[in-house]
Design a protein around this ligand. Structure first.
Ligand code: PGA
Length: 240
């Protein structure tokens, strides 16, 4: 696992955008695994700036998002579909038909999850997977558990995740379930890029890098990946 520490969020986002740019320039039809939440926002801003400057195009890429809430209308202001439109997709030339986000309102969640895994496989697998990390060490919505998870599945969110994310749900109740890629889905990506900023992530980063490799800290599994890069700010790296 490669660890890089930055003294500014801007420098960190530029480094993350560099890795995206390298991936897309090397393969204009790259398959990108994307993340939501606060962590990737500045990276998406930088990617939009580079797109606007004519430095890179997303016209040939295919995207798969990590996760989506269940039982939340797709156009809800807090859905990850809305997040991705607002923070990236509406501002770059990615083709709508190449965008994939789990359908959190599917009638049959198991069938939806299986179809999502088949679509990733049919696209040739993920070339670059972007991740944030939860304060409990989750990646995607793979919460601490007794065993590492496999492909896409429906999960009941933990109290700590509900507490961390309820800040966004000011006028509605936060969903308790989500569809998420599993740990095996994430580990199959050719390259993984995890972004963590702020002191609230320091303990999770310590457990990821120095704790046991255990499903109790799902991100610790990234130490077994042959091309995982952690981009941290000094606050998130404070306990290393
Ligand atoms: P955040 O969430 O980027 O909003 O901190 C990360 C996560 O929960 O995976």
């Amino acid at each position: 696992m490669q660890i890089e520490i930055f003294d500014s969020g801007y420098k960190l986002a530029c480094r993350a955008a560099d890795i995206f740019e390298e991936t897309v320039k090397a393969n204009p039809s790259a398959v990108l695994g994307l993340a939501t939440g606060a962590s990737p926002v500045n990276t998406y801003k930088e990617l939009i700036a580079r797109y606007n400057a004519g430095r890179l195009s997303f016209a040939g890429v295919t995207t798969f998002n990590l996760d989506e809430y269940c039982d939340l209308p797709q156009n809800d202001k807090n859905s990850y579909y809305t997040f991705m439109k607002e923070n990236l997709f509406d501002s770059v030339d990615v083709k709508p038909e190449n965008i994939h986000i789990e359908n959190g309102n599917a009638a049959d969640f198991d069938a939806e999850a299986a179809a999502y895994d088949r679509a990733i496989e049919a696209a040739g697998g993920i070339d670059l997977q972007l991740l944030g990390i939860g304060t409990n060490g989750h990646i995607g919505f793979n919460e601490p558990a007794d065993a590492f998870t496999d492909g896409t599945f429906r999960i009941r969110l933990t109290e700590s995740t509900i507490k961390a994310n309820s800040r966004y749900f000011t006028d509605s109740k936060m969903p308790e379930y989500a569809l998420t890629m599993g740990i095996a889905s994430i580990m199959h990506a050719k390259k993984i890029l995890l972004i963590a900023t702020g002191g609230a992530k320091a303990e999770a980063i310590f457990n990821t890098v120095k704790g046991p490799i255990s499903p109790r800290c799902p991100a610790s599994v990234l130490r077994l990946h042959r091309d995982a890069v952690l981009l941290l700010d000094t606050a998130a790296a404070a306990l290393l």
